[in-house]
Write a protein that binds this ligand. Structure first.
Ligand SMILES: *[C@@H]1O[C@H](CO)[C@@H](O)[C@H](O)[C@H]1NC(C)=O
Ligand SMILES: *[C@@H]1O[C@H](CO)[C@@H](O)[C@H](O)[C@H]1NC(C)=O
Ligand SMILES: *[C@@H]1O[C@H](CO)[C@@H](O)[C@H](O)[C@H]1NC(C)=O
Ligand SMILES: *[C@@H]1O[C@H](CO)[C@@H](O)[C@H](O)[C@H]1NC(C)=O
Length: 267
């Protein structure tokens, strides 16, 4: 009697699982930074250990864009999605995720349909594109303001306030890298005005430190798609500006002490 009940129970469990159950993921995003795009598709209740019993079909806008036929061990991407592929060994663990090059990716709703012998199921995942900004608006302002500040403060040491506009700064490198010129000019001003003292040397060292920080920050920002080292770059630029400020204060003090400093003649 009992064995019969167990057999019946087992039979009903098997019949009740005629559907494949998916881990529902509504949408995934990709950005400029993704080299490959993975559209996830996870089946929770794959039972077979044999790839020949599995069949996967990915659809986009009603057309088949990728087919994997386990019985023939054959992957067939459509011409629009030629880089599309799945990983067959992972399919046995229920992973039918579709990988493709970013160049093939198109935003929209993708349907993942998996069949295991007579059991089947499907799920829809929306692929979205997200625009990432390289720096936050605040960071952008600081990156422009610090060098401008540094240049203004530098000119202040000549007793000239020039109008400088970074409106046309066409690239981050164009802002960061030339600040080294400022350091050289600063050095020249110190030499012309009063020669080297331990104070002017410290200012120059501070400025070189700021430059090294901003160049390191800059190269890290350039090598990463999303800059994680923005604060490094910004503090470097800030230090350069600070050194110019200290230089200006120093020049003012020296100038008021010995009225011997002549601004360079501007023909
Ligand atoms: C894009 O890349 C990010 C970060 O590596 C990752 O979390 C995300 O899943 C990727 N998106 C897609 C659709 O592959
Ligand atoms: C998978 O199934 C096929 C056909 O049913 C059979 O020929 C093959 O030996 C099986 N492979 C494994 C690893 O069980
Ligand atoms: C494939 O590309 C052709 C031509 O660009 C287009 O008409 C068709 O809709 C595309 N198919 C899919 C599934 O995107
Ligand atoms: C994808 O499907 C969702 C839900 O049906 C819908 O809200 C969305 O607009 C669709 N996206 C596209 C790009 O068609």
């Amino acid at each position: 009697m009992w064995p019969l009940v167990v057999v019946l129970l087992l039979a009903s469990v098997r019949c009740g699982s005629a559907q494949l159950i998916f881990n529902v993921i509504k949408s995934v995003e990709y950005t400029l930074c993704n080299q490959t795009v993975v559209i996830p598709c996870f089946v929770n209740n794959v039972e077979t250990k044999n790839i020949t019993e599995l069949y996967v079909r990915w659809k986009f806008k009603g057309e088949n864009i990728f087919i994997f036929d386990g019985s023939k061990r054959m992957s067939k991407p459509s011409s629009n999605f030629s880089s599309a592929k799945i990983t067959p060994p992972e399919l046995l663990r229920g992973i039918a995720s579709l990988k493709m090059d970013k160049s093939d990716a198109v935003v929209g709703n993708y349907t993942c349909e998996v069949t295991e012998l007579s059991r089947e199921g499907e799920t829809i995942i929306e692929l979205k594109y997200r625009v990432v900004s390289w720096f936050s608006p605040n960071e952008n302002i600081l990156i422009v303001i610090f060098p401008v500040l540094a240049i203004l403060l530098f000119w202040g040491q000549f007793g000239i306030v020039s109008e400088y506009s970074a409106k046309n700064a066409s690239g981050l490198g164009l802002i960061v890298l030339p600040t080294v010129i400022l350091i050289l000019l600063h050095y020249c001003v110190f030499m012309i005005a009063m020669g080297m003292s331990s104070y002017t040397i410290s200012i120059l060292i501070l400025q070189i430190l700021g430059y090294v920080l901003s160049v390191v920050g800059f190269s890290l920002c350039v090598s990463e798609c999303i800059p994680v080292h923005g604060p490094l770059l910004i503090s470097g630029l800030g230090i350069i500006a600070l050194a110019e400020l200290l230089g200006l204060v120093y020049m003012k003090c020296v100038a008021s002490n010995h009225r011997t400093i002549q601004p360079p003649k501007s023909n």
